[in-house]
Design a protein around this ligand. Structure first.
Ligand code: SF4
Length: 354
């Protein structure tokens, strides 16, 4: 069985779910080699991209209160906050000043705000910084805005697009309702996530897709998540990148869960690369896994480091302190034997550091 699967991988054939599942039993070097071979088929260049970006978490008020989240406001534990428009513009200006090119606006499922609030933020940012790309919100925020505003998802997308939205992060969590019901029962289910993504893609809004693992799922369930993403990409072709990261339990209601290991991350990201043969960019999850593991992943099929994240607060709420900046990112990529490329949100090259 293993030899047959190996043959399929090295001849560029697609694996089915049963075959993909057995990859978790392979030794890591062998798996990493196979994943890097598959990376070469879809992205033969020896480059690794990164983007100078900033996440602006405009508010931590959230009705969903997911058990796996350390970010949302709750009682006396985490104080609620809401940034003013001036704060948001000042943060964007700081990013603009250092040559950054992408803002990710992300919040929770806000209890009061309607479409006009989000339109205003987008318009103000685009009005002052037209060259900054707005890779913002998430499928669950978009569905929530539609419910709060009494509008269809299509109407919401149309209005956000007109206000300046460029693309949307996939924020897929884990597309397994058994787990979603346990850890995020108030968030959209997997089918709604997919239908929202399909609607966005119909509106030519490109996205990423993600996977958060390590919340009690089986390996079969991780594979089923990947298969769902692959099918979606087959149908729409609008997924620009895939990012997987492990769940960080600290400071969440699930803090008794043992965090996943670096080996588990490397296996999961390499299996993702092999299964997702139609997604060009697989990003390293450096924020949760650390820079060293991220660097190793560059030899195992990963070809993008994602953003330098001038600011990020959702993952940091779990106590993670990992930070980076453009010079460090360039150095790390070079030391992995790759050519660093600073890119924009559309994965177009801005500068190459050879
Ligand atoms: S993960 Fe998102 S939706 Fe869930 S509680 Fe946190 S902010 Fe809210």
């Amino acid at each position: 069985m293993k030899e047959k699967i190996k043959q399929k991988i090295y001849s560029g054939e697609r694996l089915n779910d049963q075959e993909a599942l057995t990859l978790f039993d392979w030794d890591l070097p062998e798996l990493g080699h196979a994943a890097d071979f598959r990376r070469g088929l879809i992205s033969p260049e020896n480059t690794v991209g990164f983007i100078v970006d900033r996440i602006i978490n405009y508010s931590n008020l959230c009705e969903a209160k997911c058990d796996f989240c350390a970010f949302h406001a709750r009682g006396n534990v985490i104080k609620e906050y809401e940034l003013s428009l001036d704060d948001i513009l000042r943060k964007t200006e700081e990013l603009h000043r250092i040559g950054g090119s992408q803002v990710m606006l992300q919040g929770g499922l806000h209890p009061d705000k309607k479409i006009e609030y989000y339109e205003k933020i987008l318009k103000e940012i685009k009005g002052s910084f037209p060259e900054i790309s707005l890779h913002s919100f998430s499928p669950s925020e978009i569905v929530h805005i539609s419910l709060m505003s009494g509008l269809s998802v299509e109407n919401v997308l149309e209005r956000l697009l007109n206000a300046g939205l460029d693309s949307v992060p996939g924020a897929s969590d884990l597309l397994v309702d058994r787990i979603r019901k346990m850890v995020s029962p108030n968030k959209i289910d997997a089918d709604t996530w997919e239908s929202t993504m399909r609607t966005m893609h119909r509106f030519s809004i490109k996205s990423s897709a993600t996977m958060t693992y390590g919340m009690g799922e089986t390996l079969e369930e991780r594979i089923s998540h990947l298969m769902r993403i692959r099918k979606l990409q087959d149908d729409t072709g609008m997924i620009r990148a895939f990012i997987t990261w492990s769940f960080s339990p600290n400071m969440t209601k699930l803090q008794d869960i043992t965090p996943s290991t670096g080996t588990d991350y490397l296996k999961t990201v390499t299996v993702s690369r092999i299964v997702l043969d139609n997604v060009k960019y697989i990003q390293a999850g450096w924020l949760t896994e650390g820079m060293k593991i991220a660097q190793i992943s560059l030899a195992m099929g990963v070809n993008d480091m994602g953003g330098v994240l001038m600011e990020e607060t959702v993952v940091k709420a779990t106590g993670i302190t990992e930070n980076t900046n453009a010079p460090e990112m360039i150095e790390l990529i070079k030391n992995a034997g790759k050519t660093p490329v600073r890119r924009n949100s559309s994965y177009e090259e801005i500068e190459r550091y050879s």
